[in-house]
Design a protein around this ligand. Structure first.
Ligand code: NAP
Ligand code: G4F
Length: 366
């Protein structure tokens, strides 16, 4: 038998460290889910995630974290389960089976423009989905009376809920929602608060302003712009059609916002926090910066197509995150300029790769 390892000076054998925590993430395959998973794995969590069944692979944002379960030499700490927030039975079963310390509820039909096309589906996944997971947690807690592991719940609320309320928007700003998505998020937000007040559950809501990254879905405006810049630069696209160029948003980096989610759940007292950079810019400003990064003038390529206008628009978002700064010591680490550069550079690299693959499949040397 090999000798026992020498005792560590920083971690005496008589005082083992805290047991690793177990987290459950709904919406793990999304932009935020991937950054949050990276963060939690780096903190030694075991991370369970709910993945929707799809006819194509939908786990691309997690591929770099995946460990083949057949590899016994390095068992993975990210475990994926099929599920859907429209299905109460699977949520109850997974909560019972996983018995998590922390639940990060990110799953949503998260596209505002699409919510005007699919209002009932949006309300089902966003509002009712939140009730379903909260109910699963409530019954789980009841079945484990005096549970030593009081589960902590994170609700992904949205600055879209402020809607027509003028900036700066903080935790005390009235909500004036302008889309089915915002109305559904508002119901979900108040559901989390209600379960906190009614049942003493540890529910915190992050009222997150827009946050972006190279992993952002391609139909959100920032990524639509940076992807087009890459493709235009590579000669794969000529024009970028957009809707309202005058809308203003407070754009931050998604990795910073995932850290805020975790920070909220480390507090003993649950609460609600605005997470934002405090700076606003227009869609036009974003275009100007993104095209300039590639040495291009956006006016040569961008055209307005009313098809992308919304039946009701949120004109300006600019968050006041002083409470999060004060109580969570949360600060954004990436400026808008750095965010734009990061996204454009990633999309230029993707477009160049696409070009090379096309050339090779045509039998040409790239
Ligand atoms: P996202 O990229 O659109 O990801 C949404 C996730 O939800 C995906 O994993 C998606 O699965 C999953 N999902 C959708 N419907 C589902 C269902 N019925 N059952 C189970 N999973 C479902 O969104 P995100 O940017 O990461 O945002 C995360 C959360 O924060 C969302 O709730 C969003 O509304 C909220 N939020 C985002 C922002 C922002 O600026 N990013 C700001 C405020 C709030 P598939 O991969 O299969 O589609
Ligand atoms: O990128 P967007 O689609 O994001 P939006 O509507 O602000 O919603 C995002 O942020 C919310 C937080 O405030 C999240 F809760 C939500 O889940 C999502 O992540 O649009 C931003 C702005 C809008 O004013 C839109 O009208 O860009 C304008 N826009 C102009 N042309 C466009 C386009 N938006 C999209 N998606 N596509 C366009 O062609």
């Amino acid at each position: 038998m090999p000798p026992p390892p020498p005792p560590s000076t920083s971690q005496p054998a008589s005082q083992p460290g805290p047991p690793a925590k177990v987290a459950l993430i709904t919406g793990i395959t999304g932009q935020d889910g991937s950054y949050l998973t990276e963060l939690l794995l780096s903190k030694n969590y075991t991370v369970h995630g709910i993945v929707r069944r799809a006819s194509n692979f939908n786990t691309q944002r997690l591929d770099h974290l995946y460990v083949d379960p057949h590899d016994a030499s390095a068992p993975g700490r990210m475990i994926l389960h099929y599920g859907d927030v429209t299905d109460s039975a699977v949520l109850e079963r997974l909560v019972r089976h996983i018995d998590p310390h922390e639940v990060y509820h990110l799953a949503a039909q998260s596209h505002v423009r699409v919510s005007f096309e699919l209002p009932v589906h949006t309300v089902d996944s966003v509002a009712l989905g939140t009730f379903r997971i909260l109910e699963a947690l409530r019954s789980h807690a009841e079945s484990r009376a005096g549970a030593h592991k009081r589960v902590r719940f994170y609700q992904a609320s949205s600055s879209e809920m402020f809607g027509a309320s003028p900036p700066p928007q903080s935790e005390t700003t009235p909500f004036r929602p302008r889309s089915p998505y915002a109305i559904a998020k508002l119901a979900a937000h108040y559901a989390a608060i209600n379960y906190r007040e009614a049942y003493g559950m540890h529910c915190s809501c992050g009222i997150h302003f827009n946050h972006e990254s190279p992993r952002r879905g391609e139909t959100f405006v920032t990524r639509k712009i940076t992807r087009a810049v890459g493709r235009i630069k590579a000669g794969l696209q000529r024009t970028l059609f957009l809707g309202n160029l005058d809308a203003r948003r407070d754009w931050g980096f998604a990795g910073d916002y995932a850290r805020a989610m975790w920070l909220m759940l480390q507090r003993d007292t649950p609460d609600d926090y605005v997470i934002a950079t405090g700076r606003t810019a227009s869609v036009r400003d974003f275009c100007e910066m993104a095209f300039a990064r590639a040495g291009l003038d956006y006016r040569d390529f961008v055209q307005v197509d009313p098809r992308y206008f919304r039946p009701a628009e949120v004109d300006e978002l600019r968050g006041d995150a002083s409470k999060a700064r004060r109580e969570l010591d949360w600060h954004p680490t990436v400026s808008l300029e750095q965010l734009v550069d990061m996204m454009v550079d990633a999309d230029i690299a993707r477009a160049e790769k696409e070009l090379a693959v096309r050339a090779m499949s045509d039998g040409r040397t790239p």
